[in-house]
Design a protein around this ligand. Sequence first.
Ligand SMILES: O=P(O)(O)OC[C@H]1O[C@](O)(CO)[C@@H](O)[C@@H]1O
Length: 405
Amino acid sequence: MAAVEGHRVPQEALLDDEQAMLDKDPGGMLRATASSGAQVRESAALAAEANLGLLSDDGRPRAVVVAGIGTAGLTGSILATVAGPRCPVPVIGHRSAGVPGWVGAADVVIAVSASGRSPEALAAADAAARRGARLVAIGNPDSELQAMAERARAPFVPVPRRAPARASLWGLAVPVLLAGRHLGLVKVNEADLAETASRLDADAERCRPAAESFVNPAKSLALGLAGSIPIVWGSSPLATVAARRFADTLAANARYPVMAGALGEAGRGRVGLLDGPFGGLAESSRDIFADPDDEADITTRLRLVVMRDGGLNPEDEADEPVAVEERRADAVVALAERRGVRCDVVVAEGGSSLERLASLVAMPDFASIYLAMAHGLDPMAVPAIDEMKELSQPLPGQPLPEGLS
Ligand SMILES: O=P(O)(O)OC[C@H]1O[C@](O)(CO)[C@@H](O)[C@@H]1O
Protein backbone atom coordinates (compact mmCIF):
# COMPACT_ATOMS: atom_id res chain seq x y z
CA MET A 1 0.00 0.00 0.00
CA ALA A 2 1.20 3.55 -0.77
CA ALA A 3 2.27 5.40 2.39
CA VAL A 4 -0.50 7.71 3.55
CA GLU A 5 0.79 10.93 5.07
CA GLY A 6 -1.19 13.21 7.34
CA HIS A 7 -2.42 13.66 10.90
CA ARG A 8 -5.36 11.67 12.21
CA VAL A 9 -6.17 14.44 14.66
CA PRO A 10 -6.90 17.74 12.87
CA GLN A 11 -4.51 20.60 13.57
CA GLU A 12 -6.43 23.84 13.69
CA ALA A 13 -3.30 26.00 13.71
CA LEU A 14 -2.37 24.79 10.23
CA LEU A 15 -5.22 26.87 8.81
CA ASP A 16 -3.69 30.07 10.21
CA ASP A 17 -0.45 29.48 8.35
CA GLU A 18 -0.94 30.49 4.71
CA GLN A 19 2.46 29.25 3.58
CA ALA A 20 1.99 25.86 5.26
CA MET A 21 -1.35 25.54 3.46
CA LEU A 22 0.12 26.38 0.09
CA ASP A 23 2.94 23.88 0.74
CA LYS A 24 0.31 21.23 1.39
CA ASP A 25 -1.31 22.05 -1.95
CA PRO A 26 1.44 21.56 -4.53
CA GLY A 27 -1.07 20.86 -7.30
CA GLY A 28 -2.95 24.11 -6.68
CA MET A 29 -6.37 22.82 -5.62
CA LEU A 30 -7.18 26.13 -3.86
CA ARG A 31 -6.23 28.11 -6.95
CA ALA A 32 -8.23 25.80 -9.24
CA THR A 33 -11.29 26.10 -6.99
CA ALA A 34 -10.91 29.88 -6.91
CA SER A 35 -11.12 29.86 -10.72
CA SER A 36 -14.76 28.66 -10.67
CA GLY A 37 -16.13 32.07 -11.75
CA ALA A 38 -13.56 32.26 -14.57
CA GLN A 39 -14.57 28.72 -15.60
CA VAL A 40 -18.19 29.87 -16.01
CA ARG A 41 -17.14 32.75 -18.28
CA GLU A 42 -14.67 30.71 -20.29
CA SER A 43 -17.03 27.78 -20.84
CA ALA A 44 -19.90 30.09 -21.82
CA ALA A 45 -17.62 31.58 -24.51
CA LEU A 46 -16.44 28.15 -25.67
CA ALA A 47 -19.99 26.85 -25.85
CA ALA A 48 -21.02 29.88 -27.91
CA GLU A 49 -18.35 28.93 -30.47
CA ALA A 50 -19.36 25.25 -30.63
CA ASN A 51 -22.16 24.49 -32.99
CA LEU A 52 -24.77 23.74 -30.31
CA GLY A 53 -27.49 25.16 -32.56
CA LEU A 54 -27.31 21.83 -34.43
CA LEU A 55 -29.04 20.30 -31.42
CA SER A 56 -32.21 22.32 -31.92
CA ASP A 57 -32.53 21.47 -35.64
CA ASP A 58 -34.56 18.34 -34.94
CA GLY A 59 -36.80 19.93 -32.33
CA ARG A 60 -37.51 18.79 -28.82
CA PRO A 61 -36.07 15.35 -28.00
CA ARG A 62 -37.93 12.52 -26.30
CA ALA A 63 -35.34 12.39 -23.51
CA VAL A 64 -31.92 13.77 -22.65
CA VAL A 65 -29.24 11.51 -21.19
CA VAL A 66 -26.22 13.13 -19.54
CA ALA A 67 -23.49 10.49 -19.49
CA GLY A 68 -20.31 10.67 -17.44
CA ILE A 69 -18.88 9.60 -14.11
CA GLY A 70 -17.83 11.46 -10.97
CA THR A 71 -17.97 15.22 -11.33
CA ALA A 72 -18.91 14.88 -15.01
CA GLY A 73 -21.89 12.81 -13.88
CA LEU A 74 -22.95 15.52 -11.43
CA THR A 75 -23.54 17.87 -14.38
CA GLY A 76 -26.57 15.73 -15.27
CA SER A 77 -28.06 16.38 -11.82
CA ILE A 78 -27.34 20.08 -12.27
CA LEU A 79 -29.14 20.17 -15.63
CA ALA A 80 -32.11 18.30 -14.15
CA THR A 81 -32.39 20.57 -11.12
CA VAL A 82 -31.98 23.83 -13.07
CA ALA A 83 -34.57 22.56 -15.59
CA GLY A 84 -36.87 22.12 -12.61
CA PRO A 85 -39.96 20.04 -11.99
CA ARG A 86 -41.87 21.36 -15.01
CA CYS A 87 -39.17 20.33 -17.51
CA PRO A 88 -41.03 19.01 -20.57
CA VAL A 89 -38.47 16.29 -21.25
CA PRO A 90 -36.95 13.71 -18.88
CA VAL A 91 -33.32 14.47 -18.05
CA ILE A 92 -31.51 11.33 -17.01
CA GLY A 93 -28.03 11.12 -15.56
CA HIS A 94 -26.22 7.94 -16.62
CA ARG A 95 -23.15 7.13 -14.57
CA SER A 96 -22.00 3.85 -16.04
CA ALA A 97 -20.63 2.85 -19.44
CA GLY A 98 -22.85 3.31 -22.50
CA VAL A 99 -26.44 4.56 -22.47
CA PRO A 100 -29.72 3.06 -21.24
CA GLY A 101 -31.17 0.39 -23.52
CA TRP A 102 -34.12 2.50 -24.66
CA VAL A 103 -32.01 5.36 -26.11
CA GLY A 104 -32.60 5.83 -29.83
CA ALA A 105 -32.91 8.38 -32.62
CA ALA A 106 -35.49 10.48 -30.77
CA ASP A 107 -33.11 11.18 -27.86
CA VAL A 108 -30.13 13.40 -27.11
CA VAL A 109 -26.98 12.15 -25.37
CA ILE A 110 -24.63 14.65 -23.73
CA ALA A 111 -21.32 12.87 -23.08
CA VAL A 112 -19.17 14.66 -20.49
CA SER A 113 -15.59 13.91 -19.41
CA ALA A 114 -13.05 16.39 -18.04
CA SER A 115 -10.16 14.27 -19.34
CA GLY A 116 -12.04 13.35 -22.50
CA ARG A 117 -11.20 9.73 -21.92
CA SER A 118 -13.35 8.15 -19.23
CA PRO A 119 -14.55 4.75 -20.49
CA GLU A 120 -18.07 5.68 -19.33
CA ALA A 121 -18.36 8.85 -21.46
CA LEU A 122 -16.57 7.29 -24.45
CA ALA A 123 -18.86 4.27 -24.43
CA ALA A 124 -21.87 6.62 -24.21
CA ALA A 125 -20.71 8.71 -27.17
CA ASP A 126 -20.08 5.56 -29.16
CA ALA A 127 -23.46 4.03 -28.29
CA ALA A 128 -25.27 7.31 -29.08
CA ALA A 129 -23.66 7.50 -32.50
CA ARG A 130 -24.46 3.85 -33.29
CA ARG A 131 -28.09 4.24 -32.25
CA GLY A 132 -28.61 7.44 -34.23
CA ALA A 133 -29.25 9.61 -31.14
CA ARG A 134 -28.25 13.27 -31.32
CA LEU A 135 -24.90 13.63 -29.57
CA VAL A 136 -23.04 16.53 -27.97
CA ALA A 137 -19.70 15.99 -26.25
CA ILE A 138 -17.99 18.16 -23.64
CA GLY A 139 -14.44 17.75 -22.34
CA ASN A 140 -10.74 18.09 -22.86
CA PRO A 141 -9.69 19.26 -26.34
CA ASP A 142 -7.62 16.89 -28.51
CA SER A 143 -8.97 13.91 -26.62
CA GLU A 144 -10.53 10.66 -27.69
CA LEU A 145 -13.93 12.15 -26.85
CA GLN A 146 -13.34 15.00 -29.29
CA ALA A 147 -12.27 12.50 -31.98
CA MET A 148 -15.46 10.48 -31.41
CA ALA A 149 -17.63 13.61 -31.62
CA GLU A 150 -15.92 14.59 -34.87
CA ARG A 151 -16.43 11.15 -36.35
CA ALA A 152 -20.12 11.39 -35.45
CA ARG A 153 -20.26 15.01 -36.80
CA ALA A 154 -21.55 16.04 -33.40
CA PRO A 155 -20.88 19.36 -31.64
CA PHE A 156 -17.97 19.31 -29.19
CA VAL A 157 -17.27 21.92 -26.49
CA PRO A 158 -13.52 21.89 -25.75
CA VAL A 159 -13.13 22.61 -22.03
CA PRO A 160 -9.39 22.86 -21.26
CA ARG A 161 -8.30 20.58 -18.46
CA ARG A 162 -6.31 22.60 -15.98
CA ALA A 163 -7.18 20.75 -12.78
CA PRO A 164 -8.72 17.47 -11.61
CA ALA A 165 -12.31 16.99 -12.70
CA ARG A 166 -13.72 17.84 -9.26
CA ALA A 167 -12.16 21.33 -9.45
CA SER A 168 -13.62 21.79 -12.95
CA LEU A 169 -17.30 21.45 -12.07
CA TRP A 170 -18.32 24.85 -13.41
CA GLY A 171 -16.30 24.53 -16.61
CA LEU A 172 -18.14 21.27 -17.36
CA ALA A 173 -21.61 22.24 -16.09
CA VAL A 174 -22.03 25.45 -18.11
CA PRO A 175 -21.82 23.79 -21.57
CA VAL A 176 -24.25 21.09 -20.38
CA LEU A 177 -26.70 23.84 -19.35
CA LEU A 178 -26.22 25.70 -22.61
CA ALA A 179 -26.86 22.51 -24.57
CA GLY A 180 -30.02 22.20 -22.44
CA ARG A 181 -30.95 25.77 -23.39
CA HIS A 182 -30.70 24.93 -27.10
CA LEU A 183 -33.01 22.00 -26.47
CA GLY A 184 -35.56 24.23 -24.73
CA LEU A 185 -35.08 22.65 -21.29
CA VAL A 186 -33.63 25.55 -19.29
CA LYS A 187 -33.89 29.32 -19.46
CA VAL A 188 -30.37 30.15 -18.24
CA ASN A 189 -29.55 33.54 -19.78
CA GLU A 190 -26.40 35.66 -20.07
CA ALA A 191 -27.25 37.67 -16.94
CA ASP A 192 -27.67 34.45 -14.91
CA LEU A 193 -24.26 33.25 -16.07
CA ALA A 194 -22.62 36.61 -15.32
CA GLU A 195 -24.19 36.79 -11.84
CA THR A 196 -23.26 33.19 -11.09
CA ALA A 197 -19.65 33.88 -12.12
CA SER A 198 -19.56 37.01 -9.92
CA ARG A 199 -20.92 35.11 -6.95
CA LEU A 200 -18.31 32.37 -7.38
CA ASP A 201 -15.62 35.08 -7.53
CA ALA A 202 -16.96 36.76 -4.39
CA ASP A 203 -17.10 33.45 -2.49
CA ALA A 204 -13.52 32.65 -3.56
CA GLU A 205 -12.50 36.00 -2.13
CA ARG A 206 -14.32 35.39 1.18
CA CYS A 207 -12.80 31.90 1.42
CA ARG A 208 -9.24 32.78 0.34
CA PRO A 209 -6.39 31.17 2.31
CA ALA A 210 -5.19 34.51 3.69
CA ALA A 211 -8.58 35.18 5.35
CA GLU A 212 -8.46 33.92 8.93
CA SER A 213 -10.89 31.41 10.36
CA PHE A 214 -13.11 33.93 12.17
CA VAL A 215 -13.89 35.78 8.91
CA ASN A 216 -13.53 32.83 6.54
CA PRO A 217 -16.74 30.75 6.45
CA ALA A 218 -15.02 27.83 4.71
CA LYS A 219 -12.31 27.56 7.35
CA SER A 220 -14.82 27.77 10.17
CA LEU A 221 -17.05 25.12 8.55
CA ALA A 222 -13.98 22.89 8.08
CA LEU A 223 -12.95 23.30 11.72
CA GLY A 224 -16.51 22.60 12.85
CA LEU A 225 -16.55 19.36 10.87
CA ALA A 226 -13.05 18.30 11.91
CA GLY A 227 -13.10 14.95 13.66
CA SER A 228 -16.85 14.40 13.15
CA ILE A 229 -18.95 12.33 10.80
CA PRO A 230 -20.71 14.88 8.59
CA ILE A 231 -24.31 14.43 7.52
CA VAL A 232 -25.37 16.79 4.76
CA TRP A 233 -29.04 17.15 3.93
CA GLY A 234 -30.55 19.41 1.27
CA SER A 235 -33.93 21.07 1.83
CA SER A 236 -34.92 21.04 -1.89
CA PRO A 237 -33.86 19.14 -5.03
CA LEU A 238 -31.42 21.96 -5.83
CA ALA A 239 -29.98 21.98 -2.31
CA THR A 240 -29.71 18.18 -2.46
CA VAL A 241 -27.46 18.45 -5.52
CA ALA A 242 -25.26 20.78 -3.46
CA ALA A 243 -25.38 18.36 -0.51
CA ARG A 244 -24.20 15.48 -2.71
CA ARG A 245 -21.46 17.66 -4.16
CA PHE A 246 -20.25 18.44 -0.63
CA ALA A 247 -20.18 14.72 0.16
CA ASP A 248 -18.09 14.12 -2.96
CA THR A 249 -15.54 16.82 -2.15
CA LEU A 250 -15.38 15.92 1.56
CA ALA A 251 -14.67 12.31 0.57
CA ALA A 252 -12.18 12.96 -2.25
CA ASN A 253 -10.38 16.02 -0.85
CA ALA A 254 -10.59 15.52 2.93
CA ARG A 255 -11.22 11.75 2.89
CA TYR A 256 -14.12 11.99 5.32
CA PRO A 257 -16.98 9.49 5.34
CA VAL A 258 -20.14 11.47 4.71
CA MET A 259 -23.81 10.79 4.42
CA ALA A 260 -25.70 13.12 2.09
CA GLY A 261 -29.14 13.28 0.58
CA ALA A 262 -32.55 14.90 0.45
CA LEU A 263 -34.03 16.05 3.74
CA GLY A 264 -37.52 14.92 2.69
CA GLU A 265 -36.32 11.35 2.28
CA ALA A 266 -34.06 11.51 5.34
CA GLY A 267 -37.02 12.60 7.46
CA ARG A 268 -38.62 9.20 6.88
CA GLY A 269 -35.63 7.13 7.95
CA ARG A 270 -32.10 8.39 8.26
CA VAL A 271 -33.05 11.19 10.60
CA GLY A 272 -33.00 8.39 13.21
CA LEU A 273 -29.20 8.74 13.17
CA LEU A 274 -29.61 11.80 15.36
CA ASP A 275 -30.71 9.51 18.21
CA GLY A 276 -27.95 6.95 17.80
CA PRO A 277 -24.48 6.17 19.17
CA PHE A 278 -22.86 8.92 17.08
CA GLY A 279 -25.71 11.38 17.65
CA GLY A 280 -27.73 12.02 20.80
CA LEU A 281 -26.19 9.07 22.68
CA ALA A 282 -22.66 10.34 22.07
CA GLU A 283 -23.66 13.86 23.11
CA SER A 284 -25.43 12.84 26.32
CA SER A 285 -22.51 10.71 27.53
CA ARG A 286 -19.81 13.16 26.53
CA ASP A 287 -17.58 14.50 29.29
CA ILE A 288 -17.57 18.24 28.63
CA PHE A 289 -14.57 18.68 30.93
CA ALA A 290 -12.46 16.10 29.07
CA ASP A 291 -9.16 17.28 27.65
CA PRO A 292 -9.83 17.79 23.91
CA ASP A 293 -6.28 16.59 23.18
CA ASP A 294 -6.66 13.35 25.07
CA GLU A 295 -7.04 10.78 22.31
CA ALA A 296 -8.65 8.25 24.66
CA ASP A 297 -11.50 10.70 25.21
CA ILE A 298 -12.19 11.43 21.58
CA THR A 299 -15.75 10.44 20.82
CA THR A 300 -16.81 10.29 17.21
CA ARG A 301 -19.84 12.53 16.80
CA LEU A 302 -22.15 13.49 14.01
CA ARG A 303 -22.21 17.01 12.69
CA LEU A 304 -25.20 18.04 10.65
CA VAL A 305 -24.97 20.43 7.70
CA VAL A 306 -28.32 21.63 6.36
CA MET A 307 -28.30 23.15 2.90
CA ARG A 308 -31.32 25.44 2.78
CA ASP A 309 -32.74 26.60 -0.49
CA GLY A 310 -35.83 28.61 0.32
CA GLY A 311 -36.74 28.72 -3.38
CA LEU A 312 -36.66 31.69 -5.68
CA ASN A 313 -40.11 32.77 -4.64
CA PRO A 314 -43.05 31.19 -2.84
CA GLU A 315 -44.92 30.79 -6.14
CA ASP A 316 -42.24 28.45 -7.52
CA GLU A 317 -43.80 25.84 -9.70
CA ALA A 318 -42.51 22.96 -7.61
CA ASP A 319 -44.82 20.13 -6.62
CA GLU A 320 -43.88 20.70 -3.02
CA PRO A 321 -44.54 24.22 -1.72
CA VAL A 322 -41.46 26.06 -0.51
CA ALA A 323 -43.13 26.51 2.88
CA VAL A 324 -43.13 22.72 3.38
CA GLU A 325 -39.42 22.51 2.61
CA GLU A 326 -38.76 25.39 4.95
CA ARG A 327 -40.69 23.82 7.82
CA ARG A 328 -38.81 20.58 7.33
CA ALA A 329 -35.48 22.42 7.45
CA ASP A 330 -36.54 24.21 10.66
CA ALA A 331 -37.63 20.87 12.10
CA VAL A 332 -34.34 19.08 11.53
CA VAL A 333 -32.39 21.99 13.03
CA ALA A 334 -34.67 21.80 16.09
CA LEU A 335 -34.19 18.02 16.34
CA ALA A 336 -30.42 18.42 16.26
CA GLU A 337 -30.56 21.13 18.92
CA ARG A 338 -32.71 19.01 21.24
CA ARG A 339 -30.15 16.21 21.09
CA GLY A 340 -27.09 18.42 21.34
CA VAL A 341 -25.95 17.46 17.84
CA ARG A 342 -24.00 20.34 16.36
CA CYS A 343 -25.43 21.79 13.18
CA ASP A 344 -24.37 24.22 10.45
CA VAL A 345 -26.83 25.82 8.05
CA VAL A 346 -25.80 27.04 4.61
CA VAL A 347 -28.44 29.28 3.03
CA ALA A 348 -28.81 29.76 -0.73
CA GLU A 349 -28.70 33.26 -2.17
CA GLY A 350 -29.18 34.69 -5.62
CA GLY A 351 -31.78 35.46 -8.23
CA SER A 352 -31.54 32.36 -10.45
CA SER A 353 -31.42 28.62 -9.80
CA LEU A 354 -27.87 28.50 -11.11
CA GLU A 355 -26.65 31.29 -8.88
CA ARG A 356 -28.41 29.74 -5.89
CA LEU A 357 -26.73 26.43 -6.58
CA ALA A 358 -23.36 28.19 -6.86
CA SER A 359 -23.98 29.86 -3.50
CA LEU A 360 -24.45 26.42 -1.88
CA VAL A 361 -21.47 24.80 -3.60
CA ALA A 362 -18.66 27.38 -3.53
CA MET A 363 -17.99 27.83 0.20
CA PRO A 364 -18.32 24.09 1.03
CA ASP A 365 -15.90 23.29 -1.83
CA PHE A 366 -13.29 25.40 -0.03
CA ALA A 367 -14.23 23.87 3.33
CA SER A 368 -13.41 20.39 2.00
CA ILE A 369 -9.95 21.61 0.98
CA TYR A 370 -9.28 23.29 4.33
CA LEU A 371 -10.40 20.15 6.15
CA ALA A 372 -7.87 18.13 4.11
CA MET A 373 -5.20 20.65 5.05
CA ALA A 374 -6.07 20.54 8.76
CA HIS A 375 -5.21 16.83 8.56
CA GLY A 376 -2.02 17.53 6.62
CA LEU A 377 -3.45 15.88 3.49
CA ASP A 378 -2.76 17.05 -0.06
CA PRO A 379 -6.33 17.70 -1.25
CA MET A 380 -5.47 16.96 -4.86
CA ALA A 381 -3.55 13.70 -4.83
CA VAL A 382 -5.78 10.76 -3.94
CA PRO A 383 -3.62 7.63 -4.02
CA ALA A 384 -6.63 5.36 -3.45
CA ILE A 385 -8.24 6.51 -6.73
CA ASP A 386 -5.07 5.71 -8.68
CA GLU A 387 -4.68 2.38 -6.93
CA MET A 388 -8.31 1.56 -7.65
CA LYS A 389 -7.84 2.33 -11.35
CA GLU A 390 -4.69 0.26 -11.50
CA LEU A 391 -6.19 -2.76 -9.75
CA SER A 392 -9.38 -2.69 -11.80
CA GLN A 393 -7.70 -2.51 -15.23
CA PRO A 394 -9.17 -5.19 -17.48
CA LEU A 395 -6.88 -8.23 -17.65
CA PRO A 396 -5.37 -8.98 -21.07
CA GLY A 397 -8.02 -10.65 -23.19
CA GLN A 398 -10.94 -9.39 -21.04
CA PRO A 399 -13.72 -7.52 -22.88
CA LEU A 400 -13.90 -3.71 -22.67
CA PRO A 401 -17.22 -1.84 -22.39
CA GLU A 402 -19.40 -1.96 -25.50
CA GLY A 403 -17.91 0.03 -28.39
CA LEU A 404 -14.40 0.43 -26.94
CA SER A 405 -11.40 -1.40 -28.23
O1 LIG B 1 -14.30 13.69 -16.04
P1 LIG B 1 -13.46 12.49 -16.31
O2 LIG B 1 -12.10 12.82 -16.79
O3 LIG B 1 -14.19 11.58 -17.25
O4 LIG B 1 -13.26 11.69 -14.98
C1 LIG B 1 -14.33 11.12 -14.30
C2 LIG B 1 -13.99 10.98 -12.83
O5 LIG B 1 -12.82 10.20 -12.71
C3 LIG B 1 -11.90 10.83 -11.84
O6 LIG B 1 -10.94 11.49 -12.60
C4 LIG B 1 -11.25 9.83 -10.96
O7 LIG B 1 -10.59 8.92 -11.76
C5 LIG B 1 -12.75 11.84 -11.08
O8 LIG B 1 -11.99 12.84 -10.49
C6 LIG B 1 -13.66 12.30 -12.16
O9 LIG B 1 -14.79 12.98 -11.70
